[in-house]
Design a binder for this molecule. Structure first.
Ligand code: HEM
Ligand code: ISQ
Length: 154
């Protein structure tokens, strides 16, 4: 399903607000993932040797940033092209990373919920159903593309 300009605008606008505090929101994003699914902790190599979620772990920050950015890109492409186009090699790579980690459908829902909570916190009172819908759609399309790649490879 394509995206309209309003939806793209909403995603871009909220991303601009979140950029102000990338470390903070990365940490919050990750905290939410673990709150919803504590067992996910063991999956992430950068958490293996710690008991706590590191406050300022550069790897965690970089990873979370990529996820946000990709979801944003996904939104922009949905508007421009009507579908998500991640460059072939990136998608292949993401497919294989997540396949190797044994990530499945329900976990994609966990990350989605955590992402939405993070955006909600990030934009404060600007949060609304339309914004939630736009981020949901952008994420779902991106997740579908990754999962399709995973299925191809499996
Ligand atoms: C790794 C994005 C969904 C768990 C990664 C990386 C990216 C990414 C960019 C880093 C690859 C690298 O640079 O090495 C995404 C996106 C998702 C998604 C865009 C959904 C649209 C998920 C889900 C899970 C998950 C649902 C399940 C909890 C992981 C794990 C790694 C990873 C465990 C490896 C981290 C490590 O140990 O280095 N993901 N991901 N991802 N992702 Fe995701
Ligand atoms: C990798 N994949 C999905 C979500 C993530 C959140 C934080 C860090 C890494 C991630």
């Amino acid at each position: 399903m394509g995206f309209n300009e309003k939806q793209e605008e909403l995603v871009k606008e909220s991303w601009e607000m979140m950029k102000e505090d990338v470390p903070g929101f990365s940490l919050y994003f990750f905290t939410q993932i673990l709150e919803i699914a504590p067992s996910a902790k063991g999956l992430f190599s950068f958490l293996k040797d710690t008991d706590e979620i590191p406050q300022n772990n550069p790897k965690l920050k970089a990873h979370a940033l990529k996820v946000f950015k990709m979801t944003c890109e996904s939104a922009i492409q949905l508007r421009e092209k009507g579908e998500v186009v991640v460059s072939g090699s990136t998608l292949k790579y993401l497919g294989s990373v997540h396949l190797q980690k044994g990530i499945s459908g329900p976990q994609f829902e966990v990350v989605k919920e955590a992402l939405l909570r993070t955006v909600e916190k990030g934009v404060g009172e600007k949060w609304c159903d339309e914004m939630k819908g736009a981020w949901s759609e952008a994420y779902d399309q991106l997740a579908a593309a990754i999962q399709a790649e995973m299925n191809k490879e499996a």
